[in-house]
Design a protein around this ligand. Structure first.
Ligand code: 13P
Length: 320
């Protein structure tokens, strides 16, 4: 999953989230369009050179390509590992601060994992959301989300499925980079504490964190080198070297910046984990626009380009 020069394509948008993406290009959110779009992504020639795995939404795991091959089988035939998003979304956290959420989906997860494994999934993803705001995040939100992440990870390991552990500190507020740094620090401390308490084997997880950045609405934006240095500082403090890989989310960063930040960290080096991407928007935005519902070749070309740039960045060899 974190092989050198490769990273993960997050194509696991729920039906509600893909609607927001399709709305922007005027495409109806019907199953046939979702199938055609993902068929374009997964049939991009050579994307497997830069892509170790794809995170699927449940519908896609059980769907066939346009030529009738089950999507997990198609991906596996290219040497790309199929994975599955297993959380059931972030819901309001009763007693938490404004906008705070708890990610749900633990009930029945053991049985669902068996079903997903039989369909070809070899890894899973669970996303916890940590909100920065006035007085937030609360310790309560951090700890309940860390607890659920660890419970999910333990169930995955029981089922012989690799858990991607994703505690996402949102990047869209007006906070400074210093605030993002301290919240990411608190969050990762809590997550690794819970993983330890719940006996999760660190050698068998992939961490999917946010980068330490200035909030999107902050008037002063930290530069690429500062983002890379602050992110590495916190990861080195909180992520044991037993963890084999870290694959970042893009979280609303522009395509270019998501690539530049990853590249800068790999150029700095000095860590043992594989450090790569698990991007959704930063890998798909250009492809979605170029595809526009019908232009399959343009969509594939745009997808391949971003996959290749991020593959280079995962080696610290990207050159704008
Ligand atoms: P973004 O890269 O668009 O943040 O999506 C990654 C992801 O999988 C979020 O859960």
């Amino acid at each position: 999953m974190v092989a050198p020069g490769r990273g993960i394509l997050a194509a696991d948008e729920s039906t509600g989230t893909i609607k927001k993406r399709f709305d922007k290009i005027g495409i109806d959110n019907v199953e046939a369009n979702r199938q055609a779009y993902r068929d374009m992504l997964f049939n991009t020639p050579d994307f497997e050179k830069y892509t170790s795995g794809v995170i699927l939404f449940e519908e896609t795991l059980f769907q066939k390509s346009l030529s009738g091959v089950p999507f997990p089988e198609l991906l596996a035939s290219k040497g790309v590992i199929p994975g599955i998003k297993v959380d059931q979304g972030a819901k309001p956290l009763f007693g938490g601060g404004a906008e705070e959420t708890i990610t749900e989906g633990l009930d029945g997860l053991r049985e669902r994992l068996q079903k997903y494994k039989a369909a070809g999934a070899r890894f899973a993803k669970w996303r916890a959301v940590i909100v920065i705001g006035d007085g937030t995040p609360s310790d309560y939100a951090i700890h309940t989300n860390a607890h659920a992440l660890a419970r999910y990870a333990a169930l995955c390991q029981e089922a012989d499925i690799v858990p991607i552990v994703e505690p996402e500190v949102l990047m869209d507020a007006d906070n400074s980079i210093e605030i993002c740094e301290s919240v990411t620090d608190r969050t990762l401390e809590a997550v690794f504490h819970e993983l330890y308490l719940q006996k999760v084997l660190l050698e068998g997880i992939v961490l999917k964190p946010n980068m330490v950045v200035s909030g999107a609405k902050c008037p002063t934006q930290a530069g690429v080198q500062e983002v890379a240095e602050r992110t590495l500082k916190i990861l080195k403090r909180r992520v044991p070297i037993a963890v084999p890989g870290i694959a970042f989310l893009s979280g609303g960063q522009s395509d270019q910046l998501a690539t530049a930040h990853l590249d800068a960290m790999n150029k700095i080096g000095g860590f043992t984990w594989g450090l790569t991407f698990s991007y959704g928007r930063a890998l798909q935005a250009a492809a979605l626009k170029a595809w526009g519902g019908s232009n399959v070749e343009a969509g594939k070309a745009a997808h391949l380009h971003r996959a290749k740039m991020n593959g280079l960045a995962s080696l610290g060899k990207w050159d704008k």
